[in-house]
Write a protein that binds this ligand. Structure first.
Ligand code: ATP
Length: 230
């Protein structure tokens, strides 16, 4: 990220501008876990959403190494973003966007099939891998065939984590992945982050539990330095 700024236009307040981030210069390398520190409202989630292109930067450049080339996130078209998200950037949001009527096992297996031939063998293999993730994240087997819509908050969050991490992407964006998890599952997620970093992923994460942040961080970013003066 080079010179990145983000301003929101508040349409319900006569188009007033809210300046959230400015002057963001940040690099994340393979094998690094950058933990974003700062109080509520400092723009931590906004920064992750800029990298994932949920939000467009108001100015500056965001580039991601993708498939042997560099993708300019700030100007990428929809097609390039689909490829970037499929192969390179994983994002664990705070909430699962539930897909109606799809079984939890298939929700988790789906990213392994994207962009590949959907043969019976490929589906079987993807479901077997999804089953390993669900087991590791302690989702009871009786839930695997059910859509996650009615799952508890913690169960949905674990489905979300499994779905986002099952495909080993080089850049992971984690927005409070352990917020609704019990201690055992929090521990598992810490292990998963360590494993991702060990295989060479770069991680940008927000953790409200200071112990979790301290355990996974290889570098800490004080977000107050990007606070806009406006
Ligand atoms: N889509 C949006 N439209 C208008 N304002 C927004 C939008 N998204 C975020 N903001 C504002 O940007 C500021 C930063 O929000 P953000 O969610 O990035 O903070 P945060 O540091 O992640 O906070 P928390 O720790 O509470 O999650 C807030 O004042 C928020 O209201």
């Amino acid at each position: 990220m080079t010179g990145v700024a983000k301003r929101f236009t508040l349409h319900h307040q006569n188009g007033a501008e809210l300046s959230v981030l400015q002057g963001v210069d940040l690099e994340a390398h393979s094998g690094e876990c950058l933990v974003l520190d700062g109080p509520s409202g400092m723009g931590k989630s906004t920064l992750l959403k800029l990298v994932y292109a949920n939000y467009r930067a108001s100015s500056g450049r965001i580039t991601v190494q993708h498939g042997g080339a560099v993708t300019e996130v700030t100007t990428a078209d929809a097609r390039a973003l689909v490829a970037l998200r499929r192969d390179t950037v994983g994002y664990v949001s705070q909430f699962l966007r539930v897909i109606p009527r799809v079984a939890a096992l298939d929700v988790v297996a789906e990213p392994l099939l994207e962009g590949r031939e959907r043969s019976d063998a490929a589906r079987t293999e993807a479901r077997a891998e999804a089953a390993r993730w669900l087991t590791r994240l302690r989702i009871p087997e009786r839930l695997w065939a059910l859509p996650p819509a009615t799952f508890s908050g913690g169960e949905q969050q674990r489905i979300n984590i499994a779905r986002s991490l099952i495909r080993p992407r080089p850049l992971l964006l984690l927005d409070e992945p352990t917020a609704s998890l019990d201690p055992a599952n929090t521990r598992t997620v810490v292990e998963l982050i360590h494993e991702a970093v060990a295989r060479g992923a770069a991680v940008l994460g927000i953790f409200h539990d200071p112990e979790v942040g301290a355990e996974v961080a290889t570098r800490r970013i004080d977000m107050s330095r990007y606070r806009s003066a406006a």
